[in-house]
Design a protein around this ligand. Sequence first.
Ligand SMILES: [Zn+2]
Length: 84
Amino acid sequence: MAIKSPKRMADWVGSRVKTLYAMENGYAKMPAGSVAVVTGVSRGFNLEFAPCSCCSMTVKVSRVRPEHLEIIELKSAERVEGDR
Ligand SMILES: [Zn+2]
């Protein structure tokens, strides 16, 4: 069941997302299908990826466009104001 994406980018903050494309930050490249949390918005989303299962490295990527992400869990069960 697909989760409807919030219209306002600020409403994505705190949500868990899956990447639809590979993305990189200059140090690491995360493959499509990686899971991350949206930690902020400034000229795109700031993402923090789940710690790597083998080395527990945490990767952060910024300026990610919403169309490159799929929401897998909204920030909470509360309804986003004005979104329905
Ligand atoms: Zn690793």
